[in-house]
Design a protein around this ligand. Structure first.
Ligand SMILES: NC(=O)c1ccc[n+]([C@@H]2O[C@H](COP(=O)([O-])OP(=O)(O)OC[C@H]3O[C@@H](n4cnc5c(N)ncnc54)[C@H](O)[C@@H]3O)[C@@H](O)[C@H]2O)c1
Length: 422
């Protein structure tokens, strides 16, 4: 079993640390956030992620998982140091590598001889080499091992991945990294570092394209009188297409797709290729936020000025508390900019966000509302008491941005219902 340092205790770092410790390794996980480190050391997991609490508790109790402040304090005994720090969007759309560089600078002087530094953050092509330069260590190899987990099922995805990608020109380092995944059954693909880095961006860009494609098809459905639910069902049975990611909605968002798709356009551009297809995908997504806001305006009778709007869902998708680059927040912003009085509820968002104070329950936001908008696909929204909702609202009108609710059942209760692409 190996000694692993994980730098960054966010969605990816904490999942990586907890899962590697579950697989039997000794893991020290570092963050720069003192409160986060103190809480985690007591088993308090700061994010909503199924199964993560149990694995953190298990690791702490069995002495295979520790949390420390500062990357340098995790790396001194590490055979492997996993970089799981943010790579946010820079001003020109490129990925900002400053967190990666800082972390590499911190661990460079303390890493033991022959350690392997593993980049799990999503980084542009060439970053493996950049980290090598910052580390300034001839005896330390840098390997790319991009992460494909989905928030909401991060632990499951880490332990049951579709594939493990390892990018390295050093075969023995690649084999050592592959061996860390003992107990995980998945195809392991070993490539050069540039290909591994590209696989991650290409995968996210493809998934974003699939969603934008189906949102565009939904717009066509609305124009020609087709029902997108039936259209995607018919498409999805084609094995070359598949059912996954064929759900129209309010647009894609979250901490990865927006920044990674822009970064890939930038990477391609810098390398001399104009990635117009992906630029179009991003434009379609931007339009989708406005299309949903327009549906709410139309439902309200043509103007949102002074209109009370109830919003269900603020996270970028269900089963996570992550609101980073959430389409729901973008749409709330557009509604508010047109003068709407927005009240919102989300089962996972408790504190103030984007000028909103989320309500404690889904019903109170409907009190006096003229339109209800569903923006996150939380399953529990489907099972609420819609007679009660209708009774509370000034007008029983729903814009279902996720095609989540039962349209005929709502219409039977007197609701006006508008979904996406139907
Ligand atoms: N969130 C996802 O679903 C997901 C999936 C795959 C890949 N990724 C990629 O993984 C990377 C991390 O994403 P995330 O969502 O976990 O980010 P995050 O913001 O949730 O967590 C990053 C953590 O790193 C800490 N940190 C920053 N600098 C540090 C340093 N020098 N030393 C120690 N800790 C430091 C921060 O305090 C924070 O807690 C990004 O590149 C992202 O694109 C994310």
């Amino acid at each position: 079993m190996a000694q692993i340092a994980v730098i960054g205790a966010g969605y990816v770092g904490l999942t990586t640390a907890a899962c590697f410790s579950h697989l039997g390794h000794d893991v020290v996980c570092a963050d720069i956030d003192e409160g986060r480190v103190a809480g985690l050391s007591k088993g308090e997991v700061p994010i909503v992620e199924a199964g993560l609490d149990a694995l953190v508790k298990e690791g702490l109790e069995e002495g295979r998982l520790r949390f420390v402040l500062g990357a340098e304090n995790a790396a001194a005994d590490a055979e492997f140091a996993y970089l799981c720090v943010p790579t946010p969007q820079g001003e020109d759309g490129s990925a900002d590598l400053s967190y990666i560089e800082t972390a590499a600078r911190q661990i460079g002087p303390v890493l033991p001889t022959e350690a392997v530094v593993v980049n799990k953050s999503t980084v542009p092509v060439g970053s493996t080499r950049a980290v090598e330069r910052v580390l300034g260590r001839d005896d330390v190899v840098v390997v790319s091992n991009p992460e494909f987990l989905r928030e909401g099922s991060a632990v499951h995805d880490f332990l049951n991945p579709d594939r493990i990608v390892i990018g390295s020109d050093d075969q023995s380092a690649a084999v050592r990294v592959a061996a860390l995944y003992i107990g995980v059954t998945a195809p392991i693909i070993v490539t050069d570092p540039a290909s591994a880095e590209t696989i991650k961006y290409a995968s996210n860009a493809f998934l974003a394209s699939k969603i934008s494609f189906v949102n565009a098809i939904a717009a066509v459905c609305e124009a020609v009188g087709a029902d997108v639910k039936d259209v995607v069902l018919g498409m999805g049975y084609d094995k070359r297409i598949g059912h996954e990611f064929l759900r129209p909605g309010p647009g894609w968002g979250g901490s990865c797709f927006p920044k990674d798709s822009k970064a890939l356009v930038h990477i391609a551009d810098s390398a001399g290729y104009a990635f117009d297809l992906l630029a179009g995908v991003i434009t379609v997504n931007e339009e989708q936020f406005h299309r949903v806001a327009a549906k709410v305006r139309t439902m309200a009778g043509g103007s949102l000025d002074g209109v009370r709007v109830a919003v269900w869902g603020l996270t970028f998708k269900a089963r996570t508390d992550d609101t980073r680059d959430s389409p729901a927040l973008r749409i709330v912003g557009l509604l508010a900019a047109e003068g709407a009085d927005v009240r919102a509820y989300d089962p996972a968002v408790k504190g103030p966000i984007a000028g909103l104070e989320p309500a404690a329950d889904p019903y109170s936001v409907c009190d006096g509302a003229e339109v209800l908008v569903v923006l996150t696909e939380w399953d529990e929204f489907r099972w609420l008491d819609f007679d009660k909702v209708a009774g509370l609202m000034a007008e029983p009108r729903v814009v279902d941005g996720r095609n989540l609710l039962d349209k005929p059942a709502l219409e039977r209760r007197g609701f006006s219902y508008v979904g996406i692409g139907r």
